[in-house]
Ligand binder design. Structure first.
Ligand code: 6GU
Length: 225
């Protein structure tokens, strides 16, 4: 999978996408992430990419021309399966969306800043608008990093143990069960006996029951979906 990202602050995307699982995905050639600085397509020598909004009001708006030129230029090299705009008024990002996106070959993600981007770019280019939750971030970059991570780890071969994405929280509308590692007794706090019994069927059953219990307690809404 290839993901292109358009941003005015590429630095915000560097670290989150270059460590741990995202680093390995790219090293294995399963995921390519290309971050493009919107200033390359600025309208003048000052690197201008935003302007005052019509109708007045505080806050700048990202202009049509640099964004349209950026999207056109990148689209010449490949056909995007989705052109995604990161915005708090987009559709809430969920595991289901990550699953869908992980099946695509080419994604283009646009990070908004300031008051957002000119509506005409949303009307004529963007095919999908994503929010990562009901709170406002200063820009779309951190949200884009969240989407790339959630999607990237689902690409077959990215995770070491192929089954481990299947047992993640949310994959079956259940939260993940508790996990334990050594030592078996820490300050008198013990690991549940059943995890030491050596019977995989019993362990599996216990994990499932714990997942249901945890979901009932913390996220009963998930059980009604
Ligand atoms: Cl995608 N962008 C911004 N700026 N804020 C957000 C968001 C996105 N999702 C939640 N809050």
């Amino acid at each position: 999978m290839r993901i292109d990202i358009i941003t005015v602050i590429p630095e915000l995307l560097e670290s989150p996408l270059n460590h741990s699982i995202m680093k390995r995905a790219q090293a294995k050639g399963l995921l390519e992430v290309h971050v493009h600085h919107l200033r390359q397509w600025a309208v003048n020598e000052y690197g201008q990419v935003d302007d005052y909004q019509y109708g007045g009001g505080a806050g700048m708006v990202m202009m049509c021309e640099p964004l349209a030129n950026a999207i056109d230029s990148l689209s010449r090299d490949r056909k995007y399966d989705a052109i995604i705009y990161m915005t708090p008024d987009g559709k809430r990002f969920e595991q289901k969306t990550a699953n869908t996106l992980s099946l695509y070959e080419n994604l283009l993600i646009i990070c908004g800043h300031y008051k957002g981007i000119d509506q005409r770019i949303r009307d004529h280019y963007v095919t999908m608008e994503i929010s990562i939750g009901d709170y406002v971030l200063s820009g779309g970059e951190l949200a884009a990093a969240v989407v790339v991570d959630a999607v990237g780890r689902l690409i077959p071969g990215v995770l070491n143990d192929e089954t481990s994405a299947l047992t993640d929280s949310f994959q079956d509308n259940l939260l993940a069960p508790p996990v334990y590692t050594r030592p078996v007794d820490f300050r008198g706090w013990k690991v549940p006996d059943i995890l030491l019994c050596g019977d995989p069927k019993k362990v599996e059953e216990w994990r499932y029951n714990e997942a249901v219990k945890r979901t009932e307690e913390r996220r009963p809404d998930l059980l009604e979906m």
